[in-house]
Design a protein around this ligand. Structure first.
Ligand SMILES: Nc1ncnc2c1ncn2[C@@H]1O[C@H](COP(=O)(O)OP(=O)(O)OC[C@H]2O[C@@H]([n+]3cccc(C(=O)O)c3)[C@H](O)[C@@H]2O)[C@@H](O)[C@H]1O
Ligand SMILES: Nc1ncnc2c1ncn2[C@@H]1O[C@H](COP(=O)(O)OP(=O)(O)OP(=O)(O)O)[C@@H](O)[C@H]1O
Ligand SMILES: NC(=O)CC[C@H](N)C(=O)O
Length: 632
């Protein structure tokens, strides 16, 4: 489903040295995983024997029993499409290898040996096993069949999934085998482990799994041996972890006395496309690998994953101050460098009482504060026009007064009337010309004032407006430094709210956040805003969501719609989402010409649409195939 696969980590109840009993638990867990539509489930290291069998691995009875019970598992799971990866002590060429056997539909698809054998303190694997690091392009014989065997095996369904397998210590090595697997296209990695519990180790282990998923731009599924292992010298807690691209999606409670199975739906399509955006991924050296084809995998019927409706906004409240501080620091230092370099000491900003100009003013104010520059050198200009209401105007004035900046008021109605007359535009015709004359009048005033004062015009447009082209070309679209240009509207609101720590502006910020978003270009009715942006172009929450998935993952519109339907369940139905998504796509394509000549401005988050850095696109590209997809 849209590139999602359900994967699982299983920790079975273990009896050391009893493959028959362990096999029963393994079969139960494989059946459970299949019932849950899991594509691949991974088990702990040396699953059938128990990891702690120690010198019993050198005894014929244990290995014979293990192999017999593996055959039994194959027979019992012959009609199960879920792939199971279980740990096996493999006797090959009179050597013992610590391996992962990949099983599906009663067959062994391949066997991968462990590369790094821990051999210090409580670990002494080299007593029984040898490394399989150099084994490539070979097979091993089990039950009379030749089975691919080696560290060069990858498993692919020829769709979105290619997976590789490593074992426990492999992940702790300086260069884990999974690095090479990822370089060769594996976007899903499994680890069969037996990692004992020591204070603080669980946190480190989770961090290791999570960061490896980030480094490899992959999903990483980890299963470690449970409490049934021998406690002669050490205790095992059965840690199960599923991470994807630097985030942990699921993790179990350790020390369970029962079988445990955790699942997560991983987005393997997203990972593939993310990699296209990383040159260091493309530059990774490819090695010879053998690809084992797999098919008949279970498909999920419903997605079990929380989709964040606000991808630009941190979900944890505790992160707010830190994140907002960071954003404002980046903005402020972008401006400081530019002003210092140009030997300019004054900033000129049009203040409307709306969200964007509020943040631009607050961040400019922070820049002046950092540098100890005189706040009165920030020249804030309110320019009431036909649509300006007393609410926004008074908020603009209150904010400027509280911040101690220089405030000027210049009414633009006369200038606009003169312009209408000059271009012979009927003042009663409230068309785009009527709107743009005002926006351009304001920009012209700001630019000319900047010349007069020796100042720099601070641009206020945000990333959502830049994506939609929701600005007047050569009007508010233009400035000398566009401080908000990579901050989307949903984040602008969040950052402004953080400034409420300053009590002198807390009330006015509340009212600014509460005011409908509007360009206030059409005449107001009895001092009430008539032109609400979100009823014209659609909700910014949706547009920011579309933008994020479209740019970051190159997602197809049909997938974006599917995800939005889940993320905004109960708020927007599919029809509404489709309507605004079409508008987003149309505007995104037709409005590139405004982005192609947008002013300099600091990149703040991972997404920016700067034509010089992040987003190079033809201004005349056709949107048809993107729209067609939504008709299917
Ligand atoms: N591909 C292309 N390459 C080069 N030029 C192209 C072009 N497509 C159109 N054009 C030209 O550009 C013109 C259209 O661009 P433009 O003049 O900007 O005009 P336009 O985008 O039609 O109008 C600006 C819109 O932005 C809204 N606005 C303005 C100001 C602030 C805010 C806000 O809420 O923040 C919103 C306003 O309500 C209005 O709907 C066309 O008339 C055409 O001359
Ligand atoms: N009445 C006004 N006085 C001064 N400047 C204005 C006025 N109206 C608009 N501007 C300038 O034009 C910019 C774009 O206007 P717009 O209304 O889109 O932005 P905003 O009000 O700051 O924020 P939002 O888009 O969130 O409403 C403003 O940020 C501001 O710099
Ligand atoms: N089984 C192993 O390879 C264990 C070694 C590893 N460093 C751990 O404790 O997790």
């Amino acid at each position: 489903m849209f590139g999602y696969y359900r994967v699982a980590s299983a920790v079975n109840k273990t009896i050391v040295g009893n493959p028959a009993k362990n096999a029963e638990e393994i079969i139960t867990l494989i059946q459970d995983a299949y019932a849950k539509e899991v594509s691949v489930v991974v088990f702990p290291e040396l699953t059938l024997t128990g990891y702690t069998a120690s010198d019993l691995f050198l005894n014929q009875t244990l290995i014979a029993s293990q192999n017999e019970k593996l055959a039994y598992i194959l027979q019992q799971t012959s009609d199960i499409h879920t792939i199971a990866i279980i740990g096996l002590a493999l006797l090959e060429a009179d050597r013992l290898y610590n391996c992962a056997a990949v099983l599906q539909n009663g067959k062994i698809l391949g066997i991968v040996p462990k590369s790094y054998l821990p051999n210090k303190k409580e670990f002494y694997e080299k007593r029984q096993f040898i490394t399989g690091r150099d084994i490539t392009r070979t097979t091993t014989e089990l039950y009379g069949e030749e089975i691919p065997f080696g560290v060069d095996l990858l498993f692919s369904d020829s769709k979105e999934m290619t997976f590789g397998v490593e074992l426990c210590e492999d992940l702790w090595a300086v260069t884990p085998p999974s690095n090479h697997m990822a370089n060769n296209g594996a976007n899903l990695l499994f680890n069969l482990s037996a990692s004992n519990e020591l204070i603080g180790k669980a946190e480190y282990r989770e961090e290791l799994v999570r960061t490896q998923s980030g480094r490899c731009m992959a999903a990483y599924v980890y299963a470690s041996a449970g409490v049934g292992e021998s406690t002669t010298d050490t205790v095992f807690g059965g840690h199960a972890i599923i991470s994807e691209y630097g985030s942990t999606l699921a993790q179990n409670e350790r020390f369970s006395l029962e079988n445990t199975l955790i699942t997560a739906d991983v987005d393997l399509e997203r990972l593939r496309w993310l990699r296209l955006n990383e040159s260091s991924y493309s530059d990774g050296r490819r090695k010879k690998t053998r690809i084992i084809k797999v098919d008949n995998l279970p498909e999920i019927t419903t997605l079990d994953r929380k989709i964040n409706p606000m991808p630009f906004v941190p979900s944890l409240f505790e992160e707010k101050k830190h994140r907002c501080d960071e954003i404002v620091q980046i903005q402020a230092h972008g401006l400081i460098k530019r002003m210092s370099h140009a030997h300019i000491t004054k900033a000129v900003i049009g203040i409307s009482g709306g969200l964007d100009s509020t943040l631009a003013l607050l961040s400019t104010h922070r820049a002046f504060e950092i540098m100890g520059w005189d706040h009165t050198n920030i020249i804030a200009v309110t320019m009431p026009g036909f649509g300006t209401t007393s609410r926004t105007k008074s908020n603009a004035v209150k904010l400027c007064e509280a911040l101690g900046v220089t405030l000027r008021t210049i009414d633009i109605t006369d200038i606009s009337h003169k312009e209408f007359e000059a271009i012979e535009h009927n003042v009663n015709e409230h068309s785009v010309t009527y709107e743009n004359v005002q926006a351009r009048a304001r920009t012209s005033i700001l630019m000319n004032m900047a010349n007069k004062e020796g100042g720099l015009v601070i641009g206020t447009g945000d990333l959502s407006e830049v994506a939609l082209g929701w600005s007047t070309y050569n009007g508010d679209h233009m400035s000398m430094y566009a401080i908000n240009s990579s901050i989307p509207k949903t984040l602008i609101q969040y950052v402004i709210e953080y400034f409420k720590y300053d009590e002198s502006i807390a009330d006015v910020i509340d009212d600014i956040l509460d005011t409908p978003i509007s360009p206030e270009l059409l005449p107001h009715k009895e001092d009430e805003i008539v032109q609400e942006t979100e009823s014209i172009v659609g909700p910014y929450a949706l547009h920011d969501f579309f933008l994020y998935h479209f740019i970051k993952y190159g997602a197809k519109p049909a997938k974006i719609r599917f995800l939005a339907t889940l993320a905004f369940e109960g708020k927007y139905d599919q029809e509404t989402i489709t309507k605004w998504l079409k508008l987003f796509l149309k505007r995104f394509f037709t409005q590139q010409f405004k982005r192609s000549c947008m002013p300099d401005g600091p990149k703040v988050g991972t997404i920016s649409l700067s034509p010089r850095a992040d987003w190079k696109m033809a201004s005349d590209a056709d949107v048809e195939i993107w729209l067609e997809e939504l008709e299917k």
